[in-house]
Structure formats: C-alpha cells, structure tokens
Design a protein around this ligand. Structure first.
Ligand code: IPM
Ligand code: MG
Length: 358
C-alpha cells in the first residue's frame, strides 16, 4: 500500500527548507523505488492568513490519514498580535496533541566536520552524540486551567498549570529506557524535584520503571544543573529524559553544541510509530526569503522518518551519508560557515545532497 506523507511547509524559512527536503524525498523515492506519495496542506501563520485558523480542518483530516508528516516551522512576528488561541504555534501544538505524538526524539550529534562551528571548545564536543527524549503532549504546555485573568484589584494575572499524570510519565519513561538500551545504556531524567511536586512524582515514577530496565543506568538531575552540565561537559550524557518545557529549552542548548540549530532533526511519535518529522529550529523570520537557511535539519528529519515510521534504515542511512558527504566536500550554509568557508545557498545545499545520493 502506498505510504502517505503530509507536507506542511509552514512559515518563515519553512517553505524554503522543506522544498529542499522534498528534492531529497523525490531522489530516495526513485533510488529505492519507494511506494510513497505526498501532499501539501497549510499550517500555522500561513493557514491563519488564508483561512483564519492555524490548524484548518482539512489539514487535520489529512494529518489523521497520513502515515507521516513532514513539517517546516511555524510562527513569526507577523502574528504576534493574533489572539493566543489562533497563534501559529497552536497549529503545531494541536497536531501534536490530536495525533498523540507524545514521544519526541531530538538527537544532538556533532558532525566532526562542524566542530569549529560549535560554541564550545572542540575537545568538549568531539564525537558528541546525545539523545533528548522529550514528552510532547503534556506538562505545562497543555495543563488546564490556563489563561490571563483580571483580579478583583483590577490587576491582571497570567497562569498555567504544570501537570503530569502517572501514565503520561510512565509511557515516555519506557520510550526513554528503551532508547537508552539501544545506545550506551545511560539515562538521565531531568526534573525540578527540589521545588515542583509534579516533578517529585516524575522522579518517583521514572525510578519505579527503572526496575524493569536493570541494564540501563538511571540518574536524576535538576534542570538548572542539566543546563549547566550541557555546556560544561556535554559528553557525560547519553539519553536525557525531559518533560515538555524542559526539553524545549535543553534541546536548543544541545543544538548549539553541535554547531548550529540548523542541523538538528526531530521525530515526534505516537504509540504506533506514526509520526511528525521536523527540524527543531523555528521560522527564522530574520533570514526568511533570502535563500540562505540551512535545509540539513529538515533533510535529516526525512532520514528519521524512514528510520522510525517506515522502518527503512537503509534509506535513512543513505540520506545521512549524503549529508556527511556534502559536509566533507566543504559545503556550508551561513549558519555553519567559518570565515574561510565558501557559503552556499539553501537550494545549492539541497542540490548537493541530491547529487551525493545519486
Ligand atoms: C519546538 C518549538 C515549539 C515548542 C514551538 C514552535 C511551539 O520551539 O518544537 O521546540 O515549543 O515545542
Ligand atoms: Mg523549541
């Protein structure tokens, strides 16, 4: 049966980088004679502009019917004045939640060719390979009640709810332990159990589940310390398990360790490995439309799609090797270029990956 991919380009640099990823998708489709097809729909600010909502019903229906989703990025200053419930980000969060994509994988791998682009000294990041497993459909991002209310005094107050049920914690913990089993068997669970009850429970549940994975060494770390350790000695980590908000923050930190946020792909999976694949970076409105954005995180997200949803690791590896090859050849978009590098455009980078695949 033909596998269906829904393509959501989104806003800002989203369309530019997804176009390059689609070239790569077309190229592996031919090379491996894959039975796949894709279709585009609107999400985020561009959906809001066209249809008045960041997550149109048609997009949701196509997403439900798709085997996998490839997404660029959503959001931007253009929509900063839009009512909270209609902001572009709500489109992305709605998809994650409706499709129950609770397991977010964010690998932070340093390509040796990019060691110079890291914000840390090369010896601290050489061979860096961390996996952040982020809970994606719960926590403070989704907790109720939430809002902005006016108190009797006339002063306004904003409020959100940080809540995790035992089952939400346990299902992401299992995913993280299993991921650690396939790697270096070390799992660090991130919390703020010295202050927040919700993460006291998080720590308890994760510790309990650890008994089912005696081969994995579990540690716990407060999020502030984890942020510090990531920039002090990142190689101490193998798999990091985080809630939704801590994972959002720490994955941006981890991204910079690898040279550029423009390099990091992600997979967001439900319990059946149906998934959404997107770069972890945003819409970069400051460079949108200039043709200089780095498409590699999106291209590497396509690789993750073949590894996780389509269970075709050889396709994933072919894409990853093609990326290695263009980096070896010295091709660099502006974000990963040092002063002596020649800079290539978004499309030149995409074309080079396609050429490397051939
Ligand atoms: C991410 C992004 C999103 C998030 C935004 C765009 C809602 O920052 O995927 O890391 O906060 O999860
Ligand atoms: Mg983020």
């Amino acid at each position: 049966m033909t596998s269906k991919i829904l393509v959501l380009k989104g806003d800002g640099i989203g369309p530019e980088i997804v176009n390059e990823a689609l070239k790569v998708l077309g190229s592996v489709k031919d090379k491996f004679a894959l039975d796949i097809e894709w279709q585009e729909a609107l999400i985020g600010g561009s959906a809001y502009d066209a249809l008045g909502t960041p997550l149109p019903g048609e997009t949701m229906e196509l997403a439900q019917a798709a085997d996998a989703i490839l997404l660029g990025a959503v959001g931007g200053p253009k929509w900063s004045g839009v009512d909270g419930s209609l902001r572009p980000e709500k489109g992305l969060l709605g998809l994650r939640s409706e499709l129950d994509l609770f397991a977010n994988f964010r690998p932070a791998i340093l390509y040796p060719q990019l060691a110079q682009a890291s914000s840390l000294k090369p010896e601290l990041v050489s061979n860096l390979d961390i996996l952040i497993v982020r809970e994606l459909t719960g926590g403070i991002y989704f907790g109720q009640p939430r809002g902005i209310r006016t108190l009797d005094s006339g002063e306004r107050e904003g409020f959100n709810t940080y809540v995790y049920s035992e089952s939400e914690i346990s299902r992401i913990a299992h995913i993280a332990f299993q991921a650690a089993q396939k790697r270096n068997k070390r799992l660090c669970s991130v919390d703020k159990a010295n202050v927040l009850e919700v993460t006291v429970l998080w720590r308890e549940v994760v510790s309990e589940i650890a008994k089912q994975y005696p081969d994995v060494e579990l540690s716990h770390m407060y999020v502030d310390n984890a942020a510090m350790q990531l920039v002090r000695a990142p190689k101490q980590f193998d798999v990091l398990l985080t809630g939704n908000m801590f994972g959002d923050i720490l994955s941006d930190v981890a991204a910079m360790l690898t040279g550029s946020i423009g390099m990091l792909p992600s997979a967001s999976l439900n319990s059946e490995n149906r998934g959404m694949y997107e770069p972890i970076h945003g819409t970069a409105p400051d460079i949108a439309g200039q043709g200089i954005a780095n498409p590699l995180a999106t291209i590497l997200s396509v690789a993750m799609m073949f590894r996780y949803t389509f269970a075709r690791p050889e396709v994933a590896e072919a894409i990853e090797q093609a990326v290695q090859k263009v980096l070896n050849e010295g091709l660099r978009t502006a974000d990963i270029a040092t002063a002596s590098d020649t800079r290539v455009s978004t499309t030149e980078m995409g074309d080079a990956v396609v050429a490397a695949l051939a």
